[in-house]
Design a protein around this ligand. Structure first.
Ligand code: ATP
Length: 230
């Protein structure tokens, strides 16, 4: 079943076509990788899906309803978003992790917080640290689990492993795979890492100059790429 559909979506900023005529359907419970050159519009597409910006043409549907008709807070409870540069606010790690529950009027689940910290190999004792006492990679892992605690149906990940070492990258990839297997989540991730795309994506959206050039199963995408390089 489709969860997100884009119908001729365009984004025009200062007379520049950032995205043009994007039409695609994303099925529920799939892992989608977005690839493409720098400045091609990948992050802009994620921002549109999270209602941080609005399309200037066309329509985006979430569960067959125009996303512009959703309450942004309600939509963001279902569609989580993690930025490349993690943003943790002042306060402790625990404050950061409890915040999504308060924001959406839910009961804080301390056991869940502890189990997620364990899954991303952050000791429980770090709960009382502030972001200034954490490495960039630790902040990224905390921002990542913060987006998951309220159980989004869709997760948008913008190059979240770009600044991480290989072991931590694989740790997060395994986490995403497990989550996808057990929680029926749809994950849409931007990456410049072609091995990661191969390891993680079931389908690939390739964007160039604001347009979707390829939307295909990962194997087909890599086969087509190999052919074009010959
Ligand atoms: N708010 C904005 N105002 C003006 N131009 C913008 C704005 N946001 C993005 N752009 C432009 O839109 C284009 C696409 O940017 P975007 O960040 O979506 O690309 P990207 O594919 O994610 O790039 P990268 O791989 O380098 O992160 C770029 O040319 C960028 O300069």
């Amino acid at each position: 079943m489709s969860i997100i559909t884009l119908d001729k979506v365009g984004l025009l900023i200062n007379n520049q076509h950032i995205l043009q005529n994007i039409t695609l359907t994303i099925e529920e419970n799939t892992l989608i990788g977005i690839a493409g050159p720098s400045g091609s519009g990948k992050s802009s597409l994620l921002r549109l899906l999270n209602l941080l910006i609005s399309p200037t043409s066309g329509t985006i549907f979430y569960h067959n309803k125009n996303i512009m008709d959703y309450n942004p807070m309600k939509l963001r409870q279902e569609i989580g978003y993690v930025l490349q540069k993690p943003y943790l606010f002042d306060g402790t790690v625990l404050d950061n992790l409890e915040y999504p529950y308060y924001l959406h009027g839910l009961k804080v689940d301390k056991e869940e917080i502890a189990s997620f910290l364990e899954k991303v190999h952050i000791p429980l004792s770090y709960a009382s640290k502030t972001r200034h006492e954490l490495s960039g990679g630790e902040q990224q892992r905390i921002a990542f689990i913060r987006s998951l605690l309220i159980k989004p149906k869709v997760l948008l990940l913008d190059e979240i492993t770009a600044a991480l070492d290989e072991n931590t990258t694989i740790l997060l990839e395994n986490f995403i795979n497990d989550l996808h297997k057990h929680s029926q989540i749809t994950v849409i991730f931007v990456t410049h890492n072609s091995s990661q795309l191969h390891r993680l994506a079931q389908k690939v959206i390739y964007i160039e100059k604001g347009q979707v050039n390829i939307f295909a199963d990962t194997e087909k995408y890599f086969a087509a790429k190999e052919n074009s390089n010959e």
